[in-house]
Design a protein. Structure first.
Length: 570
């Protein structure tokens, strides 16, 4: 008997809407003029294949082309070359000055919107051609950057309408997210515009590290900055109702990991210690500079930059993706008015939000600016690029292992990666293979063939680095990394169970064991050596059969190779 289908209720409102849609489709005369282009949602474009880059360049130039049927040449981008493997950390000053932000043309003399759009397209095309010529001339390895002109148009609008341009940076590595040419562009638009550096995610670094960065910024003149954290939980009764009315809720966005909560407790402890220092009459200015600001303090700092009191102050939030621009606005408004996500590039259009009669907040979509002072793996570990589209997962983990010693991973993930404590105290990029295999085996990330899923464990490490579970940060230019990074709070106990797990991984050849001279001698002089393995009846394995007995004990049984040579297994 067939299951009875549920009857659908026909509502009058749906019938009226469908009728209006059909009537408008019949009355429209769009079919007389051909197919119109469908509006494509705005999306960020940071990386393109050779074919996509060719078509986008032809579209920007407005040129037509025809394919020539000649001998084709296949270019394999999967094979590494010397140019792609170059260390792009050092860049000459004359070359670095060419990495500029594209400027918007003067729109006051534009007659129509179409002519302004054509001029913007021309300026953007010339800018991309200059970057390509710079790459071909100097052999410079550029990082992936934003190639969609519509995203740059959003930035231009925000810079023009903002009185104070707030460049949101990650406090763990501020100079990687800071764009000096963007500050020059703001001053070119108007000398009265103010620039403010907001060091977000300051709760992910210690008070000692914040103090070193504060001393560095104080030594540089004409820099307004503040330490800030947008990851505090908003405790309001009507918060859930406002979220449903204003924006779609992503359940993963508001979750905080246990590591962040522990670091929040550490910051509160450091805050209490700073209060005690202030009460004792010691140096107060240094403690105030490195303190994490709250909402009222940050808003007062913005309003202090106000020069024209006849109209509200417009504060624009700009910067790289996933630095916390939208989260900062939500925290200042004490409600979730802007959609946020852990995936970079959630904000697609600029938004203006009134905070009060004196202040207007403007949110801009995150842009990946062209740079050459860091590599792709640095962008992945700092959250500029999504880890879901990474094909080379070993290089970011090697970069992570070159900064953090092994015992930090052992303490966080509860695994033992080395038998000796001295070996675990060294930061070595060659530890990436050991870390990936051990973490995959520990978390149960196994492939269909029973091998550790190294790509999944690498994505887990990258995500933990982005959210701050791993203490990955960079010191100021004039500070020694050994003085900046303090890993003394991480400790691991080498218990018998953890060492047994390490021995198991070594027997399975998932971790390369340390070979000593005694091991070499024992293997060389061992009686059991490898030879030709053959299947057949094992001599002398059959039991003697009595006369006139019906039990033959399976004399002709052929043993399996894994049982015959089990003593040779590791």
């Amino acid at each position: 008997m067939k299951k009875k289908k549920k009857s659908r209720k026909v509502e009058a409102g749906h019938l009226l809407i469908n009728h209006l849609i059909r009537r408008s489709a019949k009355s429209s005369c769009g079919h007389l003029y051909g197919n119109e282009a469908v509006q494509v949602p705005l999306r960020s474009i940071t990386e393109e294949t050779n074919l996509e880059e060719f078509f986008s360049r032809a579209e920007l130039l407005g040129s037509t082309f025809a394919a020539e049927r000649m001998n084709a040449i296949m270019v394999n981008n999967c094979l590494p070359n010397n140019t792609n493997q170059r260390d792009a950390v050092y860049v000459p000053e004359d070359v670095e000055s060419e990495l500029k932000v594209p400027r918007r043309p003067d729109w006051h003399g534009a007659k129509t919107a179409e002519s302004l759009a054509a001029e913007e397209q021309r300026i953007f095309t010339e800018w991309r051609c200059r970057l390509n010529a710079l790459h071909a001339k100097s052999g410079l390895v550029l990082t992936p950057y934003e190639k969609n002109p519509d995203i740059w148009r959003q930035l231009w609008r925000v810079l023009e309408i903002s009185d104070v341009v707030v460049q949101v940076l990650d406090a763990r590595n501020p100079y990687m997210f800071r764009v000096p040419d963007l500050e020059l562009y703001v001053k070119e638009l108007s000398s009265e515009k103010k620039i403010f550096l907001l060091l977000n995610k300051a709760d992910l670094i210690s008070a000692h590290q914040r103090k070193l960065w504060a001393n560095h910024f104080n030594s540089v003149q004409n820099i307004s900055y503040a330490f800030w954290s947008a990851q505090k939980v908003i405790n309001r009764p009507s918060f859930d109702a406002e979220v449903k009315e204003d924006v779609e809720v992503n359940a993963e966005d508001d979750e905080e990991t246990a590591a962040e909560e522990a670091e929040d407790k550490e910051d509160e402890k450091n805050k209490h210690q700073s209060i005690e220092i202030v009460k004792s009459g010691e140096d107060i200015s240094e403690e105030v500079d490195c303190a994490v600001r709250n909402e009222q303090e940050l808003l007062s700092m913005f309003k202090s930059l106000r020069s024209d009191h006849s109209r509200p102050l417009v504060v624009g939030m700009v910067g790289y993706p996933n630095v916390g621009k939208s989260s900062t606005i939500n925290k200042l408004l004490q409600r979730k008015k802007v959609a946020v996500s852990k995936t970079p590039g959630k904000t697609k259009h600029l938004q203006t939000l009134y905070l009060d009669d004196e202040l207007i907040l403007c949110d801009a979509p995150g842009l990946v600016f062209p740079a050459a002072t860091f590599r792709r793996e640095h962008m992945v570990l700092n959250g500029m690029l999504s880890s879901n589209v990474v094909s080379d997962y070993v290089t970011p983990v090697r970069q992570l292992c070159s900064v953090l010693p092994l015992y930090v991973f052992e303490s966080i993930y509860g695994i033992v990666l080395s038998e000796e404590q001295q070996a675990a105290e060294q930061a070595n990029p060659d530890n990436a293979d050991v870390l990936l295999n051990a973490l995959a085996y520990r978390r149960g990330f196994m492939s269909a063939k029973g091998l550790p899923d190294r790509s999944r464990s690498a994505r887990q490490l990258i995500q933990d680095c982005v959210i701050g579970k791993l203490p990955y940060s960079s010191p100021p230019p004039d500070v020694d990394p050994k003085l900046y990074n303090d890993f003394s709070s991480f400790s691991v106990q080498r218990t018998v169970s953890k060492l047994s797990t390490l021995n198991l991984l070594q027997r399975k050849n998932l971790i390369k064991a340390k070979i000593t001279a005694e091991d070499v001698d024992r293997e060389f002089f061992s009686s059991s050596s490898s030879g030709v393995h053959f299947r057949g009846r094992v001599p002398g394995s059959a039991m003697p059969v009595p006369v006139n007995s019906k039990k033959h004990y399976n004399r002709n049984k052929k043993e399996k190779l894994r049982r015959v040579y089990a003593h040779l297994d590791a």
